[in-house]
Design a binder for this molecule. Structure first.
Ligand code: GLY
Length: 420
């Protein structure tokens, strides 16, 4: 089977690593990929936001299955274009990807099906938004309605921050994504991520994880795309997970089907859990990053069977086999991230690290320059390990990190602290 994965981050390296282990995988191409991916797959230069270009490339390379990693090609309708060309695709249509691409869309669906989530209001002008914040007070959450590369959510603990976020969003800083703003009540509790494969009809939960959004130890510092993750997330107990499926996911999927836009792909539900109850924070229409790294490490080669069954609408015929294990992924980022950071620094020591089914460094923002791995992004590596316990997995990950020679990088030293 010839497989094309779209994307270039740690998530796509983890997907490629798991898919490649499956004996069904004959040829694996990743577009555009990164230096780590290049070691296990062919990397191709294709504009992944251009559905026509991807369709032509897939046809020229006899691709049997396209796996779409990030949200931008989904929102741009690349999966629709590929399906129209007769390709088998893992990833929702642009209409179904509205669950991530529009905060208003998701909030309206939650209201329509009675799914528990924070109270909210939508604004298209700054003055009304400022008035609302004045009336509600803080803490409060301000969200750009559209896709904003993970930067469109401001959790404002003080009034000044909330008003500044409104000004920033309506100033055009976020482009079309900020033309409409959703303001939500602040939710307390513990956040967790729940991943469910959906083939339009059947739901197949494939795991839980917890991310670490803040840049520094002790959940201090600015918000990031995620500084590390572990799986499973013990706060998402089997009982809560079942409630989430019954009260949030199934009704949402039923509503999407009823509207004529059934969902197909992985649904990533961000949840806030408190007193044994979960509320929806947001939906994403892709695997999380770095959550994918820990899920892929735990699922391994069977991921391809699951993804293929999802793309072909036969999830009811497959089962995920879970070992009673734990995985941790610690992100190494370039110093300065999530603000300005230096690009082009060299990373040494990676070639001496062990690589196995229970320990690997996934690459995110890297490139190879004259045989040397070089940092090109903010989040650069995802040092990932598996163990019989969370403590064992965490220990292994930090042992690997201590062997990486990259003075221009940093990481959190407490990934997994909540569960430990
Ligand atoms: N780690 C959070 C996300 O992928 O959205």
């Amino acid at each position: 089977m010839n497989i094309l994965i779209l994307g270039s981050g740690g998530r796509e390296h983890a997907l490629a690593w798991a898919v490649k282990q499956n004996p069904k995988c004959d040829k694996l191409i990743v577009a555009p990929g990164n230096a780590g991916i290049a070691a296990i797959a062919d990397c191709a230069s294709v504009d992944i936001l251009d559905g026509d270009a991807v369709a032509v490339f897939a046809s020229e390379n006899a691709i049997d299955l396209v796996i779409i990693g990030p949200e931008a090609p989904l929102a741009a309708g690349v999966s629709d274009r590929l399906r129209a060309a007769g390709l088998s695709v893992f990833g929702p249509s642009a209409a179904a990807a509205e669950l991530e691409a529009s905060k208003t869309f998701t909030k309206e669906i939650c209201d329509a099906v009675g799914a528990p989530t924070a109270a909210w209001a939508r604004f298209t002008d700054a003055a009304s938004a400022h008035d609302y914040i004045q009336a509600k007070g803080t803490p409060i959450v301000v969200k750009a309605d559209g896709l904003a590369a993970g930067k469109g959510v401001i959790v404002a603990m003080e009034d000044d921050t909330a008003h500044a976020a409104i000004d920033d969003m309506f100033s055009g800083h976020f482009g079309a994504a900020g033309a409409s703003v959703v303001i939500e009540d602040f939710m307390t509790g513990e956040e967790a991520s729940f991943f469910i494969l959906v083939d339009g009809t059947t739901l197949h939960p494939i795991g839980t994880a917890q991310d670490h959004k803040r840049a520094f130890d002790g959940d201090k510092g600015p918000n990031t795309g995620g500084m590390g993750a572990y799986s499973p997330a013990p706060c998402l107990t089997p009982k809560i997970a079942q409630d989430v499926l019954d009260q949030i996911i199934q009704p949402t999927m039923d509503e999407m089907a009823r509207r004529g836009t059934p969902y197909q792909g992985v649904l990533f539900a961000g949840l806030m859990i408190e007193d044994g109850k979960a509320r929806l924070v947001e939906y994403n229409c892709r695997f999380g990053d770095p959550e994918a790294q820990v899920l892929m490490m735990r699922l391994g080669a069977q991921v391809l069977d699951l993804i293929q069954a999802c793309a072909e609408g036969r999830l009811d015929s497959v089962a995920a086999n879970w070992a009673d294990d734990h995985a941790v992924s610690v992100v190494m980022a370039a110093r300065g991230y999530p603000g300005d950071y230096v690009k082009g620094s060299e990373i040494r020591g990676l070639d001496t690290l062990p690589e196995s089914s229970s320990a690997i460094v996934f690459h995110a923002g890297t490139t190879e320059v004259q045989g040397q791995i070089t940092a090109t992004g903010g989040r650069v590596l995802g040092v990932t390990a598996r163990g019989a316990s969370l403590a064992e997995a965490q220990g292994k990950a930090y042992e690997m990190i201590d062997q990486i020679d990259w003075p221009e990088g940093f990481c959190r030293r407490d990934i997994g602290w909540r569960a430990l």
